[in-house]
Write a protein that binds this ligand. Structure first.
Ligand code: BGP
Length: 471
């Protein structure tokens, strides 16, 4: 693994597939989420409402157009693509007696198409997708029974894809669930189908969900390794390096604590035990998690093989009570040294090098950048071209830092998967106009458009960059 380097992209089923009720798919939590914008949060409906547009229902129609899109990824020089499997395609209600064979067949087709094109599939089992029935009937991840439902789903996938897939990720960004801070509905809903603002005991629910998901991950890793010892099973974390605002030592403590909230699950998945410091934090929030002997064993035996890093921005923390105490999307203060994207995400390529160094020295495990990219406004010109120098600059600056981290700092990073290589539905806002791709998709926020694909200027740039990097 050490000598291989994968270059490609990363997508998630609810943001691209569409076909939300085809071939036996059940209703998933993201199928109930409306379009929002920078200023208007997405709504999480309890039932589908007539006349409301839900972007996941048609996505970018990847479900039907995956062959065309994979051909474009190949042309662009991809050697890997991270996809996610929508749990509600495999077990429409989560607790069905048998899996939906059509769902399995679809993903087998996608994976085989990728391999025919020389693209390594990297498969995430849970990327904000879960059957709605699990939320309604079981109360989602706060209920330990859901761990078994997830493991049954994972087992089905690990068995059906033996010999087809090598790299798996158990979860995407579940580290954003945290009992120590007020969370947005967005972060809780994506991972659990529950709205933070509607919870009667939010801290308790968050603790139980986060613990149970962590436990589900280590158990899935063990299960996967039993089914195929050659499986490389990791987990994907959304990581934000946090800088101290000043040299005041308390600012460093604050910055450390803010980062620590994102790291405890990596500790739990790599060190063989759920960290005592987090259990103590839970106790301070009034929740005493009892870890059975069987669970302790699961943490010992379910260590991940690699760490997936989603990196978009850095943040700044302080202990001072400053007047301008907010600003950054990822929490904390705005950084006066750095610019932000049109959606307010801090742009910090050096932060990525810093992060790679930290993760490498702290865990000494192979890492892969599973997401990184710039959401920006694009204009489709009359001749079908899209000029996106801002995207090229952003990606170029980040790739330069990865190079420095590998060549100079000697970190063990085996790939770069840029987020959203083809325009897709934004997770946070539901918009199409927040575009990440090298490939433009003619679709608007209200669902209108031809869905035709166009190569942007960055398409050719990425192809050349991959070649250059791999020399
Ligand atoms: C990550 C998610 C992705 C993706 C990305 C960009 O946190 O894992 O699913 O959406 O963020 O976010 P957005 O689409 O809101 O711009």
């Amino acid at each position: 693994m050490k000598n291989k380097f994968y270059f490609g992209g990363s997508i998630a089923s609810h943001q691209c597939e569409g076909a939300y009720d085809e071939d036996g798919k059940g209703l998933g939590i993201m199928d109930l989420v409306t379009v929002g914008s920078k200023s208007k949060p997405r709504q999480f409906d309890d039932e589908l409402k007539e006349g409301t547009y839900y972007p996941s229902h048609d996505g970018i129609d990847f479900y039907h157009r995956y062959k065309e899109d994979i051909a474009l990824f190949k042309e662009c020089g991809f050697t890997a693509l991270r996809i996610s499997v929508d749990w509600s395609r495999i077990y429409p209600n989560g607790d069905d007696e048998k899996p939906n064979e059509k769902g399995i067949a679809h993903y087998l087709d996608v994976v085989r198409e990728l391999k025919r094109n020389g693209i390594e599939p990297i498969v995430t089992l849970f990327h904000f997708e879960m059957p709605v029935n699990i939320v309604r009937k079981y109360g989602s991840w706060q209920n330990r029974e859901v761990i078994d439902l997830y493991l049954r789903y994972a087992k089905t996938m690990f068995e059906a894809f033996k010999g087809e897939v090598t790299y798996w990720a158990t979860f995407n960004e579940m580290n954003h669930l945290d009992s120590d801070v007020e969370l947005s509905d967005f972060f809780t809903y994506m991972n659990t189908g529950l709205c933070y603002s509607k919870l009667e005991e939010p801290a308790k629910v968050m603790v139980n969900c986060a613990y149970n998901m962590t436990l589900a991950s280590v158990k899935a890793v063990k299960l996967g390794h039993q089914i195929d010892p050659d499986y490389k099973i990791g987990c994907v974390f959304g990581l934000t390096p946090v800088y101290a605002y000043s040299a005041n030592p308390m600012d460093s403590i604050k910055a450390f604590q803010a980062m620590d909230r994102d790291w405890y699950q990596i500790d739990a998945m790599t060190k063989g035990a759920f960290p005592e410091y987090k259990l103590e934090a839970y106790r301070q929030r009034g929740v005493d998690i009892q870890i059975s002997e069987e669970e302790k064993k699961a943490f010992e035996e379910g260590k991940i093989d690699f760490i997936g890093i989603n990196y978009y921005a850095s943040a700044v923390e302080t202990d001072l009570k400053l007047e301008d105490a907010s600003g950054s999307f990822f929490g904390g203060l705005n950084n006066p040294y750095l610019k932000q994207s049109d959606w307010g995400w801090t742009i910090d390529p050096i932060g990525l090098r810093y992060l790679l160094m930290m993760v490498d020295r702290r865990y000494d495990l192979p890492m892969i950048i599973t997401e990184n990219g710039l959401g920006a406004y694009d204009t489709l010109e009359e001749d079908g071209s899209v000029h996106d120098p801002y995207r090229i600059a952003y990606l170029n600056d980040h790739i330069e830092q990865i190079k420095a981290a590998i060549e100079h700092d000697k970190v063990n990073c085996f790939g770069y998967l840029m987020w959203g290589p083809i325009d897709l539905v934004s997770a946070t806002t539901g918009e199409m106009k927040k575009r990440y791709g090298f490939i433009y998709v003619d679709k608007n926020d209200d669902g209108s458009g031809s869905f035709r694909r166009y190569r942007k200027d960055s398409f050719d740039w990425y192809r050349k960059t991959i070649k250059e990097f791999m020399k």
